[in-house]
Design a protein around this ligand. Structure first.
Ligand code: ATP
Ligand code: MG
Length: 384
């Protein structure tokens, strides 16, 4: 969808901002550009909508050499979230959001209706926020308006320059989550600039790690963290890349252990006997369909009756496919030795700290060896 062919940009003063850049972004893909300040990220981005012209090389959008496309026509297809948001201070939030549709000559009512819809989409109630001016918003809210504005004309391509840069880490994570949800629904082709590797890993289908004016590695988050292409990338992604991998590695059914189980309709006495025989102190309680109901301790079973009358609610659980980081967070939050993993309401097993560690190891090693995760057996990595 977006293709760079040996693109170089030299500014008149001799600065080479981007040097012989070649890469491709597929349709519906989100590529993050990450690198230190001044490495050429914004320059790369602005060449895509012709706010900056390359010195040499070609850029194709949808198969078309953009040098031959009228810049105004081109920009209609490309939403742009600029660094520092750049809202018009003397226009309301609603009018800011409607900027591009208005420029495109949409009728006022239609442009405003679309703007309201988009504010809703980025989590801002248009009735509350639509009439405000940018200075009456928080930094995070302004950034949402920037995103809404870029989406207004429903462009297939979106360029986002540090769209979540100016907010604290908590709000930032919220905005990232919202954006991922939105992207899952609208599937734009996105180039997103950040200087934060965590953000790059979290958002990107693939990541371009920039050194000075050049891409040092262009690959999936897993591969960049698991198998950095060179020393520069390794030091950029940092020594704690195992930790970062927690966010990109998903819990798989094979990661789970099967604890003792009791059924809601089972007599407590019988369940207690079984647990004693297995040397277990507690059991997961399931209903007759295999859905999770909670847990019960062996001492409580002495009260008799049915297991279902003695069950505690289980709050430490995550859905299968969630990142390990989420499971780890739940473990810490509930001070639990393990978390239940569910598929919908159905109980699949529990994730223990040991299994979590194994899964992490498997994921790091698998990417380092360039093989699919599923092909690596536990045994080969657990004592490596
Ligand atoms: N108009 C210009 N004239 C000369 N040099 C420029 C110009 N614009 C940018 N540069 C230089 O080009 C290089 C790349 O700039 P660019 O804005 O692309 O960096 P960046 O990666 O976006 O940085 P940041 O993370 O700080 O936003 C920098 O060294 C910058 O000083
Ligand atoms: Mg920049």
């Amino acid at each position: 969808m977006i293709r760079f062919e040996q693109v170089t940009k030299r500014y008149p003063d001799g600065t080479t901002a981007v040097d012989d850049l070649s890469f491709e972004v597929s349709e519906g893909e989100l590529v993050t550009l990450v690198g230190p300040s001044g490495c050429g990220k914004t320059t790369t981005m602005m060449m895509v909508n012709r706010l900056i012209e390359p010195t040499s090389g070609r850029i194709l959008v949808d198969g078309e050499d953009i040098a031959a496309v009228d810049p105004v026509q081109l920009r209609r297809r490309i939403g742009y979230v600029i660094q520092q948001v750049g809202l018009f201070p003397h226009r309301t939030v609603l009018d800011n959001t409607a900027t591009v549709p208005s420029l495109l000559g949409w009728k006022r009512a239609k442009a405003r209706a679309r703007a309201a819809e988009l504010l809703e989409l980025v989590g801002l109630d248009p009735h509350t926020y639509g009439r405000r001016y940018p200075e009456q918003l928080s930094g995070g809210q302004r950034q949402r308006v920037g995103v809404a504005r870029a989406l207004a004309a429903d462009p297939p391509v979106l360029l986002m320059d540090e769209p979540f840069g100016a907010v604290d880490p908590v709000v930032r994570e919220q905005l990232q989550d919202e954006f991922l949800r939105m992207q899952a629904a609208v599937r734009k082709t996105v180039l997103l600039v950040t200087h934060d590797i965590e953000e790059a890993v979290r958002l990107g289908d693939r990541i371009a790690v920039y050194g000075e004016g050049r891409i040092e590695q262009f690959d999936t988050p897993g591969a960049v963290l698991g198998a950095p292409a060179n020393g520069y990338v390794a030091s950029f992604v940092g020594a704690d890349r195992g930790l970062k991998r927690l966010s990109v590695t998903e819990i798989e059914p094979d990661d789970l252990e099967q604890p003792p189980v009791a059924r809601v309709d089972e007599p407590a006495e019988r369940a207690a006997r079984r647990l004693r025989a297995e040397g277990a102190r507690w059991a997961v309680v399931l209903d007759t369909g295999g859905d999770l109901r909670g847990w019960v301790g062996i001492d409580e079973l002495a009260a008799g009756g049915a297991v279902g009358d003695l069950v505690h609610r289980m709050t430490a659980w995550v859905p299968v496919g969630a990142p390990l980081k989420q499971a780890f967070g739940v473990m810490l939050q509930h001070d639990a030795g393990w978390v239940a993993v569910l598929d919908g309401a159905r109980f699949l097993g529990v994730l223990t700290p040991a299994k979590l560690h194994e899964a992490l190891r498997r994921s790091v090693d698998a990417d380092a060896q360039g093989v699919a995760r599923g092909q690596v057996s536990f045994d080969s990595v657990s004592d490596a």
